[in-house]
Ligand binder design. Structure first.
Ligand SMILES: [Cu+2]
Length: 471
């Protein structure tokens, strides 16, 4: 009870607001007052104040939607609306979302709960909500035109069903989907088991987030909605590193992380320092016989995965998508690879004409993370994040799992950087290093080659400058 009251009154983070003007006063009195969120920070777990108890989840850079009980029914109020989302400090995007943020709030219920969700549409166009992965009456499935009429701007629709299956789910529009998902309309849903479930472990920490992607041109603030593959912002809950909060846990905590993919490509999610099991999907808990230890698991488009591990190694452990372009922020994709290219002469010639000219990428791209390059206003840096040893040189889908001995149970605050025990950090060798012999000629086991080239060619690998589908 106390937790919820604190949550609602906490530092003005959440404010009540009136429902859409077109809803009559009588009808409004029948609706739960919508709760809005004004901060992109990770909110503490929302302890259930009514209904069956459960161990709540923590939404990364997000929050859980409070409800009210009405004659045994859990009532929620979602408001679909344009929002301004801070995707990283200093970088705000004009998105669409729910109740003040994108993604919308996480909805948490218990298996067997009867749930009633009011959806008010404050968007400039019609919408609907599809409850991804749920068993429900067909007419509650939220597919505009197929199972219900569209929710017109200013209108409120009511969805009602029993949360039949425990597990990891999400919600999103099934109306002008391409636009509405490209604009950030989505949210997480967790149904907790009502009793001990043989395939669902009790855990100490349970984190959730959605993988999403945007195409926002440097200097602008509204996503381009026609983009199919060429996104330049790869985000978790509409945040990009270094704007994504760390996942802070206590040493020897059992940790569950649940994620769903609403981008247009797959994301191999990789955790450092620990092995995990995939314990569930949006289809439910996985049978134990299918579980194997992994350090990377791929989550395909429209899929959800939940992973579990024992956090028994102290430290700051990277957790990220393993596609290296997905741990970068807005960048010019048509930049050719310049590694190894000597352009001293041409640089001097250009510098004579353009005094501020600088060459990028001659030694790799790391310089760009550290360089103070002038950027248009409201542009996310390509990669950054100041770590204890310098620039982390990451962006996009990247965060850190912080495992600490002295983190208190239930404390989700950031403990700061890990203090490595003496002698446990990679160090620079002092002294000379012998040069070994370099490879010469063909491998001894190679087949004889017909029509050998007249002279040996050393290949200069260079990416094509135009087009780069498929990442
Ligand atoms: Cu990825």
């Amino acid at each position: 009870m106390n937790n919820r009251r604190n949550f609602l009154s906490g530092a003005g983070a959440i404010t009540g607001a009136l429902a859409a003007a077109s809803v009559s006063k009588v009808a409004m009195a029948a609706l739960p007052e919508p709760v809005l969120q004004t901060t992109p920070n990770t909110m503490p777990p929302l302890m259930p104040s009514s209904g069956r108890p459960y161990n709540p989840v923590v939404t990364l850079n997000g929050w859980t939607l409070p409800w009210r009980m009405n004659n045994g029914v859990k009532e929620f109020h979602l408001v679909a609306e344009p929002v301004v989302r801070e995707m990283a400090p200093g970088f705000k995007a004009n998105l669409w979302g729910y109740n003040g943020q994108s993604p919308g709030p996480t909805i948490e219920v218990v298996e067997g709960d009867r749930v009633r969700i009011f959806v008010t549409n404050k968007l400039p166009e019609h919408t609907s909500v599809h409850w991804h992965g749920q068993r429900l009456p067909n007419g509650m499935d939220g597919v505009t035109g197929l199972t219900q009429p569209a929710i017109r701007p200013g209108k409120t629709f009511v969805y009602e069903f029993v949360a039949r299956r425990p597990g990891t789910f999400m919600y999103h529009p099934h109306a002008d989907e391409m636009v509405q998902m490209a604009m950030g309309m989505m949210g997480f849903w967790v149904t907790h088991p009502k009793t001990r479930h043989p395939l669902i472990e009790e855990v100490n920490r349970d984190f959730v987030f959605l993988l999403n992607a945007y195409d926002v041109e440097p200097g602008s603030a509204t996503p381009k909605i026609m983009t199919m593959l060429d996104f330049n912002l790869w985000s978790w809950n509409s945040r990009i590193f270094p704007g994504i909060d760390s996942l802070n846990v206590r040493l020897n905590d059992k940790v569950r992380i649940r994620f769903g993919n609403l981008t247009m490509t797959n994301h191999p999610m990789h955790l450092h320092g620990h092995e995990f099991l995939v314990t569930g999907t949006d289809g439910g808990p996985t049978p134990k016989t299918t579980r194997q230890y992994e350090v990377t698991t791929d989550v395909a488009v429209g899929q959800m995965r939940q992973i579990e591990f024992l956090a028994n190694e102290e430290g700051d452990w990277a957790f990220h998508c393993h596609k290296s372009h997905h741990t970068m922020n807005a960048m010019g994709h048509d930049v050719p690879t310049m590694i190894g290219v000597d352009h001293k002469d041409v640089t001097q010639q250009i510098a004579d004409l353009v005094p501020d000219y600088m060459v990028m990428g001659e030694r790799g791209m790391a310089d760009m993370g550290e360089m103070e390059m002038p950027l248009p206003d409201n542009t996310a840096r390509m990669m950054s994040g100041e770590g204890p040893f310098g620039s982390v040189e990451m962006g996009g889908m990247f965060s850190v799992v912080k495992v600490r001995k002295d983190q208190k149970a239930g404390d989700y605050s950031n403990p700061g950087w890990f203090k490595h025990p003496k002698g446990t950090v990679a160090y620079e060798l002092d002294g000379p290093v012998a040069e070994g012999p370099r490879q010469q000629g063909a491998g001894a086991a190679a087949m004889p080659v017909q029509n050998m080239p007249a002279k040996n060619i050393e290949v200069q690998v260079r990416k094509p400058g135009a087009g780069h589908a498929g990442h």
